[in-house]
Design a protein around this ligand. Structure first.
Ligand code: SAM
Ligand code: SF4
Length: 456
């Protein structure tokens, strides 16, 4: 998953609703991956169901939820800074209730309570029922919180353009650098009928794009009766009326089966985009990372994806400066990136995480060298993307418009490429055709050709 975004607005749909007599307000601050986004949305949905209204200003909130990430030290520091900064507000407003959730919390409640005594509630990812401890009105909500959709249904407000739907929680791998399995536990798949019901609800509200989420999304189903797999679920979601685009994040190479790849190729709503983290391009480093595959195995999966899904775009994750990674081993990663030519690479400097296996090894790659490797990946990727994107000049793409930013409309192609175009009209949530006139390594720029309202 793509780590490290900070948001406080997506979960309440950026709406400051008029004050109603006695209505309490909540504010959600989120750092981390799309799973955190979805879980923040769900916390918002529960609070709204209980009569709370969203606010963009933490000063006017009665309840503040901080949703944390600890995948890397930088994220953890950001969360600690945020929680620390709320102390003043709590002193000014003693009735304010503050909750800390997300990966920082699991198994750490006692320590955290000592460190942040002004926080009223620490609850682990998905422990939504505990929100009642700071928002007693939830008691009056007459629905099963576990299966409440991740989005609040409100006829008055335009729906989001795209929705994240968790389908499998936790992770059964034990990559030697990764804290996620310790904080999110073992894999638990949601029942297929619950997911289909949730996506049907989402579609009924006019949302046409969903992204199915899991730390190992393509491990979906092995723990369910009858062992359906992700391909079965994709077919079921594809068949839902109104769903035009389906994506899924994040796949593990080990579970990237032909069946799943074939499903992406054959199901009309499945977007031609695969995010398949490799982490390193050297077998010895992969072995020490406990990734359970080799570079050749990964190459073969990419070859099958490319021959099966015409026009597919590819993304991956890379960690640089893993303990013991030599300059030569790192060069193998650069060589693999040149060979495969991904459309997007999420690169991170190795960050030692307490409790993980690699944390017991010396963090031998100096920070300056990690930084050099990080830059080397970014520079290589800039060249690759410049070249790949330049081929699109003159091409036309179907774009789902998700917002207006820096004076232009912004949307995504089926391949997840960012596209900007100018228009005085309102296109949010609509599918348009854009002919590309200019490209950069990071986005495509073009002219609006046609637009068709998805609500028509
Ligand atoms: N499950 C996915 C997989 O198999 O790769 C990735 C999920 S992980 C939470 C998201 C990304 O964070 C990883 O792909 C990895 O690149 C990065 N990451 C995880 N632990 C890290 C660490 N200790 N240091 C730096 N990056 C890390
Ligand atoms: Fe972490 Fe590895 Fe699980 Fe991904 S597969 S969440 S990197 S342990």
């Amino acid at each position: 998953m793509i780590p490290l975004t900070v948001t406080n607005e997506k979960h309440d749909r950026q709406v400051e609703e008029p004050a109603l007599d006695g209505a309490k307000r909540f504010f959600v601050w989120t750092v981390g991956c799309q799973m955190n986004e979805a879980e923040s949305s769900k916390a918002s949905a529960i609070l709204r169901q209980a009569g709370y209204l969203p606010t963009q200003m933490e000063e006017s909130a009665d309840v503040i939820i901080v949703n944390s990430c600890v995948v890397r030290q930088a994220a953890e520091d950001k969360v600690a800074g945020k929680v620390g900064s709320l102390l003043r507000l709590k002193q000014q407003k003693p009735d304010l209730k503050i909750a800390l959730t997300g990966c920082m919390v699991t198994g750490q409640q006692t320590k955290l309570a000592e460190r942040f005594p002004h926080v009223d509630l620490f609850y682990g990812p998905s422990e939504f029922e505990r929100l009642v401890e700071i928002a007693p009105e939830i008691e009056t909500v007459d629905v099963d919180l576990a299966e409440l959709p991740h989005y609040y249904q409100d006829e008055q407000v335009d729906p989001e353009v795209t929705a994240f739907v968790p389908i499998i929680y936790g992770c059964n791998f034990v990559c030697s650098y990764c804290i996620v399995p310790y904080r999110r536990g073992r894999e638990v798949s949601r029942r297929m009928r619950d997911i289909v019901a949730e996506v049907t609800d989402i579609a009924r509200r006019g949302v046409t794009e969903v992204t199915l989420l899991g730390q190992t999304v393509n491990a979906y189903g092995h723990d369910l009766p009858g062992q359906p797999d992700l391909a079965d679920l994709l077919a079921a979601v594809d068949a839902i009326d109104g769903i035009k685009r389906v994506r899924f994040l994040t796949s593990h190479p080990k579970y990237m089966s032909n069946r799943i790849i074939d499903a992406v190729a054959n199901l009309p709503s499945l977007c031609e985009h695969i995010n398949l983290p490799i982490q390193a391009g050297d077998d010895e480093v992969l072995r020490r990372m406990r990734r359970t595959y080799t570079v050749d195995y990964y190459r073969e999966r990419i070859a099958y994806i490319r021959e099966t899904i015409p026009g597919v775009t590819l993304a991956t994750d890379i960690i640089v400066g893993f303990p013991g990674e030599t300059a030569e081993q790192f060069d193998h990663t650069l060589e693999l990136l040149s060979e495969i030519e991904f459309d997007k690479v999420h690169v991170a400097m190795y960050s030692p995480r307490p409790g993980t296996l690699s944390n017991r090894w010396e963090d031998e790659v100096p920070w300056a060298e990690k930084k050099r490797r990080h830059r080397a990946v970014e520079e290589l990727q800039r060249e690759v993307c410049t070249r790949r994107n330049a081929r699109h000049v003159g091409a036309e793409f179907d774009v789902l418009v998700d917002g207006f930013s820096k004076g232009r409309w912004r949307g995504r192609t089926r391949g997840n490429q960012l596209v900007f175009f100018d228009s005085p009209d309102d296109w949010k949530g609509q599918y348009v055709t854009v002919r590309i006139t200019e490209t950069s390594p990071w986005y495509l720029l073009g002219n609006l050709m046609t637009g068709e309202s998805v609500k028509a």
